[in-house]
Design a protein around this ligand. Structure first.
Ligand code: SF4
Length: 289
């Protein structure tokens, strides 16, 4: 597995985030340097390459690289070799249909989109300075699922942003029910000194936020269980990565779901077709075909 930075910094200034202050403004690397490095990684045996940046969807703007992120994905997809391409993190405001089409059409690009939505309330999104609405987010997902029916979407959510009400939190719950995420990284709001959000009134207690957090996790757990159980009986191409604690081989589907199966350690580092035989909410069990 390899990680390939394509850009540094961030221009977005989400009101809760310190990154733009500590890492500076957005700077993209030139496409020729990225492609050269990708070729080197492939020749060294990398099978799973993750393109990294705080907001990879806005790749190529600063400085003008003559290429946007969708075009860069197509270039890397065209490189010779047996490997898969992943990327993170995406920002809904810069995620385009052009990018989703490129994902759908590039056979080496994993059908996994990590697209943080943070809140399902438009008022909270505005206070977070996220610059998209829940409607725009759901529209993007609808298009993404229409061009990639097997797409696995993961996300980040903040519970208890300063000033968030329970009714606004319920809008987050309703978005989660609609979006059918594979998994979520859920955080209770944690103040970062120097950010705008750290100065906002925050009347809801930590204990109350903890209850909301649990409600959201319970909701997502049911959705994840339905999702993974729908995979039973299907076969996926899996990169075999390591030996699990239980002595099984552990790999990941293109959708980034962990699957365990019995096999010899010699399969590690290779792609295998694995049929899912059992789902355990967050992970799968299977057998090599
Ligand atoms: Fe940038 Fe992400 Fe931080 Fe927003 S949350 S400011 S997009 S790094």
């Amino acid at each position: 597995k390899a990680w390939l930075p394509i850009m540094y910094g961030c221009n977005n200034f989400c009101s809760y985030c310190i990154v733009p202050y500590v890492r500076g403004r957005e700077r993209s690397r030139m496409p020729e340097d990225i492609i050269k490095e990708a070729k080197e990684l492939i020749s060294q045996g990398a099978k799973d390459i993750t393109l990294l940046g705080q907001n990879v969807n806005s790749y190529g703007k600063y400085p003008d690289c003559g290429m946007n992120f969708a075009q860069l994905l197509r270039k890397i997809n065209a490189l010779e070799g047996d490997f898969i391409i992943r990327f993170m993190t995406s920002h809904p405001k810069d995620c385009t249909y052009e990018l989703l089409d490129a994902m759908a059409e590039c056979e080496k690009v994993a059908k996994h989109l990590h697209l943080p939505f943070q809140s399902g309330s438009n008022r909270v999104l505005d206070a977070m300075n996220r610059r998209y609405t829940r409607e725009k987010y759901l529209e993007l997902l609808e298009y993404a699922y229409s061009v990639m029916p097997d797409l696995s979407v993961t996300t980040d959510v903040i519970v208890g942003f300063p000033g968030e009400t329970y009714d606004e939190f319920l809008e987050t719950v309703s978005l989660v029910k609609k979006a059918k995420f594979t998994s979520m990284y859920t955080f209770i709001f944690s103040s970062r000194e120097g950010t705008k959000a750290s100065k906002m009134p925050d009347p809801i207690s930590r204990e109350e936020k903890g209850k909301w957090f649990k409600e959201l996790l319970d909701t997502q757990e049911k959705i994840a269980a339905v999702r993974t159980s729908s995979m039973v009986g299907k076969t996926y191409r899996v990169l075999c990565e390591s030996v699990s604690k239980g002595g099984l081989i552990e790999g990941r589907t293109g959708g980034n779901i962990i699957i365990e199966f019995p096999a010899d350690e010699s399969v590690i580092g290779t792609f295998r077709d694995v049929k899912v035989t059992e789902s355990l909410t967050w992970i799968l069990r299977g057998e090599i075909q």
